[in-house]
Write a protein that binds this ligand. Sequence first.
Ligand code: KE4
Length: 432
Amino acid sequence: MSRYEKSAACYESALAHIVGGVNSPARSFKAVGGGAPVFMNRGQGAYMYDVDGNRYIDYLAAYGPGILGHAHPEIVATIIRAAQNGTLYGTPTPWEIELADRLNQALPSLERVRFVSSGTEAVMSAVRVARAFTGRPKVVKMEGCYHGHSDFALIAAGSGPSQLGQPDSAGVTESVAKDVLTVRYNDLGALEEAFAAWGGQIACVITEPIVGNFGIVNPAPGYLQAVKEITHKHGALLIFDEVITAFRVAYGGAQTLLGVEPDLTTLGKAIGGGVALGAYGGKAEIMDFVAPLGPAYQAGTLAGNPLSVQTALTSLDILGRPGTYERLENDGAYLSENLMAIARRHGHTVQLGRNGSMFTIYFTDRPVVNYAGADGADKEQFAAMFRGFLDRGICLAPSRFEAWMISIQHTRADLDETLEKAEEVFAAMAQR
Ligand code: KE4
C-alpha cells in the first residue's frame, strides 16, 4: 500500500464537487510536480496526521495562523466556552472592545479598527478607505507581494514602474487594472518613478513590510522609512499588510520591530489563533471615513463574531507571555542555520531569507532581495526538497514562495529530528 493511498482516494472523491479538489489553489501540489495533495485529518501540537496515519512535523502552519501549534489546550477551552454561549449574535459584544483595545496596545498606530473575516477582506477594505480618504483612484503595490484575492490585488506588473497594470486573473477587468501600479520591492527609484508619473492620482502604497509571499525577504535598511516619506510627500497613504507579520515577527508586528508606522494596517492569520479573523485599522481621522461615521462602506455578517474574537483574545494572551518571541527567534535561527549548513555540505547552492520563526531556503547563488530574485531560484530543486521532506514526515508549504514556520509547540527534539531527516533529503537530492 502506498504511503499516500488514502489521500489519493480522497483527492479523487474531492474532485467530484470541489474545484481542483482543494478550497484554495495554494493547497494543490501543482507547483511541486502535481498529483494528489496530502489530506490531513488531525493536528496536535507541532504535528499533523494524514488520512493514511502518517505523522508530520508541521512547518506549513496553515500559511501563518499556526503560530500556537495545533489544538493548543487554552485555545480549545476558549472555543468550547465561547460555543456554549452561542457563536454569533449579529450585535456588538464586549469582547470586540477588549480586542480592539489589545490591538491598539500592541500596535499604537491602530487608533481605530474594524474586524473582518479574512486577510483579503481586511486589505480590500483598507484600500477602499484610502481611496475614500484621499479621493484618488490609484494604488501602488510591490511586485510579488500578495494581498489576498480581491480584484485590485490580482494585477500583474506593467512593463515598468510607471506602466499601469494588467489583470493577473480571468474575471479581473482592464478598468480595475488601470488603477494599479506595481513597483519592485526594495527599489526606491521605481517608487519615485511611479509617483513622478501618477503622483496626484495615487491613493496609497501597500506593501508587506517584511515580505512573506515570495519567500521571506527583509526590507533594506531605511527602505520602509523612505517609502513612507515618498508616499507622504505626494499626499498618499501608506498601508502595511501585516497579515503574515503581525504577532509573527514580533507581538507588535513589523511596524514595531522596525520602527516605521503606517497610516493603515491589515491583519489576519496569527491574530485569530486558528479561527477566521481579519482586521484593518489605523489613524482615527482616516478610519472615521468608514460607515456608519463616514462615506466608505464596509460590513460583514461574521465581522467581530464572539467565537473568533474570544479565540483571538486567548491567542494574544498566549503570545504576549514573556519569552515567546525570543524562543521563536532562537528556534528560527537554530533550524534555518543548520538546514543551510547541511544543504551546503551536500553541495547545494542555497540562500536563506529569514525573519524570526519564518524562513525560506532558495536554490540560487545570490541573495534574494526582490521578486525577480525569488523567481529565479530553482523550482525543481525546491520540489525535490518538498517531496523529500514530505516522504519523511516533515510538512512544508507546497510552494517555493512560501516559508517554513515554527510554532511555540515545536520542541528542540522536533527541530533535531527535522535536521536528521534533512541529511537524508539533501543527500538524496545530490544523487539526482
Ligand atoms: P486570506 O484572505 O487568505 O486570509 O489573506 C490574504 C492575504 C493577505 N495578505 C497577505 C500578506 C497574505 O499572505 C495573505 C494570504 N496568504 C496566503 C499564503 N501566503 C494564503 C494561502 C492561501 O491563499 O491559501
